[in-house]
Structures are given as C-alpha cells and as structure tokens.
Design a protein around this ligand. Structure first.
Ligand SMILES: C[S@@+](CC[C@H](N)C(=O)[O-])C[C@H]1O[C@@H](n2cnc3c(N)ncnc32)[C@H](O)[C@@H]1O
Length: 194
C-alpha cells in the first residue's frame, strides 16, 4: 500500500466527505443486477454517500474503508458501523450478493490488484455481481495531491480481471467525468458476474 494515498484521505477526511452529496448514477444499474435485498460489500466507502443509497434501496451493507477517519464519518451518515479494512485484508468466503468499489480499487498497487480481485471473487456468492471503477491511463503514478493511481488502459484492465478469477461474464465501460481534483477524468468500470 502506498502510504501517501491513505495519509491523504486520513488528513483530508472532513473535506473529502463534504465534497458531493449525490450518489453515483451508475450505482443503480449495479444494484439492479444484484439479488434484491441481498448483502453488498462496499470497498472504499469514503464519506458514505453511495453507502446510504445502497441501504435506502433495501440492501444489507457491509461498508469498509482503509481510512478510520472516513469510516467514522461514513458510519455517522449511514447510522451503522463502517469497518476500517484494507482491500488486501478482505477475507470473506461466499457471502456477498454484490461488491461495489467506486473509485477505490484505482488506488490498489498494480502488483497487488490481481490478488485483491481474487479475494473479491472468493467473497461473492454464485451469480453475484461486482462493479469497480478506475481512472484510465497507461502507467501507474501519483496525482498532484500525492495519491497513488494504478491507471490502466481498457484492454489491460479487462485482461487483469479475466486472469484473476473465472468470471461467468465480464464487461467494461468507459466515460469522461469529473473527480475530486476537478480535472476532466477518463473513467473505466468493470462489471463482472461470478
Ligand atoms: C476516491 S475515494 C472514493 C470514495 C467513495 N467510494 C466515492 O466514490 O466517493 C477512494 C477511497 O478508497 C479508500 N482507500 C484507498 N486506499 C485504500 C486501501 N488500500 N484499502 C481500503 N480503502 C482504501 C480511501 O480511504 C477513500 O475513501
């Protein structure tokens, strides 16, 4: 884990959590693919905006974040505990009907992401769906705020997901959107079914 990334979220937790209050519009397509009222795992919940929408839509949620400061803020928002957990610490087996990781696994070191994907696969029930978004680019690096990004090209990202677990279905979507640093950002999102 690149310490400067989590240090950024720890030191700027209040500002980060106060930035934006509308859920990710793509969240609802993901939820429509999950077993209704099923159990969802969120990796990197941040301030908990999407977490609140997941719960409001009738799902049971295990929300997690690597920053205890953001976990504390999100737990107040969603009125349930948010676990402080690194991606690499995920150890569940056959539990989740959905796994949601918005702009979080994009911080996982390139050389660790395959193992994290395998852990996600193991944590899921049969036919469960995972949605995970990434910043696009051709090589890993730090942004102007000191945060590490794995920055994948579309073909590299889907190849890594395919190589890391035997998904029944896998799709990738690309779009241009915004980000916390206010820069126009090329996003990629994986949707995969176990
Ligand atoms: C860009 S924010 C996204 C937060 C939220 N999902 C959203 O869309 O607003 C990335 C989140 O990932 C968390 N994070 C970064 N590295 C992590 C790691 N190795 N393990 C767990 N969480 C991590 C950060 O603390 C932060 O909350």
């Amino acid at each position: 884990m690149n310490d400067t990334t989590l240090n950024f979220y720890r030191a700027n937790s209040e500002e980060y959590a106060a930035d934006g209050s509308a859920p990710n519009p793509r969240l609802f397509t993901f939820l429509s693919q999950c077993k209704p009222n099923g159990r969802v795992l969120e990796l990197g919940t941040g301030g908990g905006v999407d977490a609140a929408a997941i719960i409001e839509n009738g799902f049971k949620l295990d929300a997690t974040d690597g920053s205890s400061e953001l976990a504390a803020i999100a737990s107040l928002r969603i009125r349930q505990p948010v676990k402080t957990m690194l991606f690499s610490e995920l150890d569940a087996n056959g539990v989740y009907d959905g796994v949601y990781a918005c702009a979080s696994l994009t911080h996982a070191p390139r050389h660790e992401l395959g193992q994290v994907i395998s852990r996600i696969y193991r944590a899921m029930t049969e036919n469960a769906v995972v949605w995970a978004s990434f910043k696009a680019g051709d090589e890993e690096g730090l942004d102007a705020l000191g945060r590490y990004y794995n920055y994948f090209e579309q073909s590299q990202l889907i190849s890594l997901w395919q190589a890391s677990a035997p998904w029944k279905k896998i799709e990738i979507e690309a779009w241009t959107g915004g980000a916390y640093d206010r820069k126009p950002t090329e996003w990629l999102a994986i949707t995969a079914m176990k």
